[in-house]
Write a protein that binds this ligand. Structure first.
Ligand SMILES: NC(=O)c1ccc[n+]([C@@H]2O[C@H](COP(=O)([O-])OP(=O)(O)OC[C@H]3O[C@@H](n4cnc5c(N)ncnc54)[C@H](O)[C@@H]3O)[C@@H](O)[C@H]2O)c1
Length: 298
């Protein structure tokens, strides 16, 4: 299924099944459209029932594949395992797992609450761990090959104060999890890629709509401070100017076929990553010349 096993990638994907979290909207929906066009069956797992029903209906109309949906809160391990079980019952086997559901919350480090952190860590980070636990044994067992696509962000490559500490921390974690997974699976017929989008025109600016009560619930917009409103408006304006999520879906399909470790949507952001790595290298230079480390070097 991946190039690692030398199979024709397109043939490899046709008739296989993709499980996509957060597939009722935005980037996940773009992936579902692209994978369906490539002949894959799709199971969408999403917390938002109305959007889920709409997405499944639209995909079933437009593609000659089986598309199904399951309501799931990815921040709950049991909910992911139940959704996985539903996918196994409906499709028999799952091959591509897209850990894509994500939310943004929490402002500056001294403002983000513990509830903000718990919600963002639950959805953006622990959900990835739960899905690997739910699907990796299954994919190993059917032995037809598989691929994990983890949606991180450019905020997983460079510090992104604009989107806040919790978001940035969990996206760095998402990159790390995907890199470890790929290393651990090297030499097998299962692989892993991490998607690091720049701005994409989606509904993520309105992510609070999906905030479960145990993390404080959806906030009352009338109680937002002027500063919070201005911040949200700025993010929404960047998102509006972002890439069409359908293009991101096609890009992910291309990346899975060709087994890319990193999937970037915005080549212009290369410089920001180079700048970060240059700062890291400078840290090594400082260590090489440090007074405190002289004793170790001798
Ligand atoms: N849009 C961007 O500019 C951008 C940039 C970088 C990374 N990303 C990442 O892309 C991913 C997809 O986001 P998007 O931009 O398409 O936003 P979106 O809001 O359009 O889609 C996110 C989907 O996730 C679902 N979701 C939210 N919480 C959930 C939960 N607890 N359980 C299950 N489903 C849940 C939502 O209902 C929605 O369908 C996220 O991981 C996000 O961090 C987006």
């Amino acid at each position: 299924m991946t190039l690692r096993e030398g199979a024709d990638p397109v043939k490899g994907l046709m008739g296989k099944t993709a499980f996509i979290t957060g597939g009722a909207s935005g980037i996940g929906y773009g992936m579902a459209q692209a994978f369906a066009r490539a002949g894959m069956n799709i199971m969408i797992a999403d917390i938002e029932q109305a959007a889920l029903d709409k997405a499944v209906e639209a995909l079933n109309k437009s593609a000659n594949v089986q598309v199904s949906g399951v309501r799931c809160d990815v921040s709950l391990r049991d909910s992911i395992f139940e959704a996985a079980q539903t996918a196994f019952e409906q499709f028999g086997k799952v091959h591509v797992v897209c850990n894509n559901a994500g939310i943004g919350a929490g402002g500056k480090m001294d403002q983000a609450t513990v509830a903000d952190w718990d919600w963002v860590v639950g959805v953006n980070q622990m959900a990835i761990v739960y899905a690997v636990q739910a699907f990796l044994p299954h994919i190993k067992e059917h032995d037809e090959g598989g691929h994990f696509v983890t949606t991180a962000s450019m905020a997983g490559m460079i510090a992104a104060p604009m989107v806040g500490g919790p978001y940035t921390a969990t996206k760095f974690a998402a990159v790390g999890i995907s890199e470890v997974l790929r290393e651990e699976l090297a030499g097998t017929n299962i692989s892993a890629s991490v998607l690091c989008p720049g701005f994409v025109n989606t509904n993520i600016g309105n992510a609070q709509r999906n905030r479960p009560d145990r993390f404080g619930g959806a906030p009352d917009p009338s109680k937002m401070t002027a500063q919070e409103k201005a911040g949200q408006e700025m993010v929404n304006n960047f998102l509006k100017g972002g890439l069409d999520p359908r293009i991101v879906g096609e890009l992910v399909l291309e990346a899975v076929k060709n087994d890319w470790p990193y999937i970037f949507t915005d080549p212009n952001m290369r410089g920001a990553v180079e700048k970060r790595f240059a700062a890291i290298m400078k840290g090594f230079d400082q260590a090489a010349n440090s007074e405190a480390l002289k004793a170790v070097k001798a």
